[in-house]
Design a protein around this ligand. Structure first.
Ligand SMILES: Nc1ncnc2c1ncn2[C@@H]1O[C@H](COP(=O)(O)OP(=O)(O)O)[C@@H](O)[C@H]1O
Ligand SMILES: O=C(CO)[C@H](O)[C@H](O)COP(=O)(O)O
Length: 504
């Protein structure tokens, strides 16, 4: 039984729907992690830049992981459930059934994923309007946000999808609806991805100007006209049907959701750093930058007053830490880019065989291989003749240019394991330089940052963490002490951390 020893008073379940998998955690009332489970989810790429998922597939995966983490406990001690997910667009008809977001008419694939870049002409036209709401997303709307995708559906799938649609959800809000039957949306998703304003609500002039006056006409019922702060309790809690699906007791409290990067940012930015002799101890929470690095990387910086950073999303009020403004930098593909570069190399089969023989991940093997070939100088010098520009999927921040492409200079005729290891290193360094570019943009606009706090899959890669310290750090002393890789988020410590920083 998880947690052993003294029976805690209460349990809480958190579900994190990432790009590649669904994860669930069971924690007690102190925030101590008691159990963890993950379950892969399907992704479809029917054509280049079209990325789709299934809401039914994701909900089923949620049930697999929640049932696993509550095995062996008294489920009647479970007090609450919360969801976070990627900001993908879920489409349902008026009876809440999935609708196809593809030309094949496959309604099982009813999600346009966050990294989908199909709506290029739509987002170009939206940005050409120079409408005022664009000042809340760094001046340029991303093709990955919801308005361009909604316009694409109206212009391309009018009969098979748009005219039949009853509900458009951000994925985190779909999950809380599925759990409670409540269609209220979270302030987090609507403010960050839909142009909703916490103080003014929807801006009719924006939706009319871009050709989506449909939403204004029905008072935004399809995209949400009841908005709650993240963490607010929804309706009567978990419905009996959802309780059966998830293996949890009906009626437990279900929280209004968060986008995945915002949940990771909230968990990390308030980390309790006392007693580690770190430079950031006693520094304000606004001097911390949370970097949620997985398939993508999201750079979450908060401030007491709004800061406009050209090319960086936000400023968003109370979208992550209540009472604070949020700026979100980002790199659309980081883990995905490293996987793409490594798996596409001619020496990958040899790498895979050697890593398997050593019972290591390919990244652990590559990291040790780099140490083997680095000779006398620090490993970072191995790429003195090889450089990567990482914008293989456009530049999210701070250049905010979806047309940019990736680049590699310094290639030779050889394609052996050494070449693969050095190309992998150059890619990791390029991503760290991208983070440095985002930090410089944030600081030029008014942020004062001293420490990076990493979480997500890439924070398990010591080379990725070290290159971020080396490339973004200010001095040798600060480099060693300034980066705090928080791989195991423990809410109890973070709650204490937020109290340290003076924020309850
Ligand atoms: N132990 C590890 N070492 C190196 N890279 C890792 C490790 N674990 C996960 N990753 C990378 O992190 C990315 C997935 O990040 P994760 O946060 O787990 O998922 P998601 O993006 O779905 O939220 C993938 O690119 C994967 O290769
Ligand atoms: O835009 C987002 C957050 O604002 C996406 O949800 C995020 O970039 C995807 O996260 P991950 O890389 O963990 O799958």
């Amino acid at each position: 039984m998880p947690g052993g020893g003294q029976e805690p008073g209460s349990y809480y379940v958190g579900v994190d729907v990432g790009t590649g998998s669904v994860r669930a955690a069971l924690v007690d009332q102190r925030g101590v992690l008691l159990a963890f489970a993950d379950q892969p989810i399907n992704q479809w790429e029917p054509q280049f830049n079209h990325h789709e998922q299934s809401s039914e597939d994701i909900w089923a995966a949620c049930g697999v992981v929640t049932k696993k983490v509550v095995q062996g406990i008294d489920v009647n001690r479970i007090r609450g459930l919360g969801f976070d997910a990627t900001c993908s667009l879920v489409v349902l008809d008026k009876q809440f059934r999935p609708l196809p977001v593809n030309h094949e008419g496959d309604s099982h694939r009813n999600i346009i994923m966050w990294l989908d870049h199909r709506a290029v002409s739509q987002v170009h036209r939206i940005n050409e309007t120079k409408h005022g709401v664009l000042q809340c997303v760094g001046g340029v709307m991303s093709v990955e946000m919801q308005a361009p995708k909604l316009l694409w559906l109206k212009e391309n799938l009018r009969e098979t999808c748009w005219d039949k649609a009853g509900h458009f959800f951000d994925l985190p809000d779909f999950l809380s609806w599925k759990a409670t039957g409540v269609t209220a949306r979270s302030l987090c998703s609507l403010v960050c991805k839909w142009t909703y304003s916490a103080e003014k609500g929807w801006d009719d002039s924006f939706w009319k100007l871009i050709g989506l006056e449909d939403f204004v006409a029905d008072n935004y019922s399809k995209i949400g006209n009841q908005v709650l702060p993240p963490g607010a309790s929804l309706g009567n809690g978990l419905t009996p049907e959802a309780a059966r699906d998830l293996g949890l007791p009906a009626g437990i409290a279900v929280a209004a959701s968060l986008i995945d990067a915002h949940a990771g940012g909230l968990g990390v930015i308030g980390a309790d750093v006392r007693g580690h002799g770190l430079a950031c101890e006693g520094q304000p929470v606004t001097s911390r930058l949370a970097v949620i690095c997985g398939t993508s990387s999201c750079h979450m910086g908060i401030s007491k007053d709004p800061i406009f950073v050209p090319g960086v999303w936000g400023p968003y009020f109370s979208a992550m830490v209540p009472g604070f403004w949020l700026n979100e930098g980002g790199q659309s593909v980081t883990g995905k880019l490293i996987d793409h570069v490594v798996q596409g190399h001619a020496a990958f089969p040899e790498l895979q065989a050697k890593a398997t023989a050593r019972c290591q991940s390919v990244y652990a093997y590559l990291n040790s291989h780099l140490d083997l070939i680095k000779k006398a100088r620090p490993v970072g010098f191995l790429t003195v003749d090889l450089h990567v520009w990482p914008d293989f999927h456009g530049n999210r921040s701070p250049l905010a240019d979806l047309t940019l492409k990736g680049m590699v200079t310094g290639l030779k005729l050889s394609q052996d394991l050494d070449d693969l290891a050095i190309l992998y290193l150059a890619t990791v360094q390029a991503i760290a330089f991208g983070t440095r570019l985002i930090i410089e943009a944030l600081e030029a606009a008014g942020h004062s940052l001293s420490t990076l706090f990493l979480c997500g899959g890439l924070s398990k890669n010591p080379l990725f963490v070290q290159m971020h310290a080396d490339i973004t750090g200010k001095s040798e002393e600060e480099q060693r002490r300034s980066l705090w890789a928080w791989q195991q988020i423990c809410p109890a410590k973070n709650r204490t951390g937020l109290e340290i920083a003076g924020y309850k």
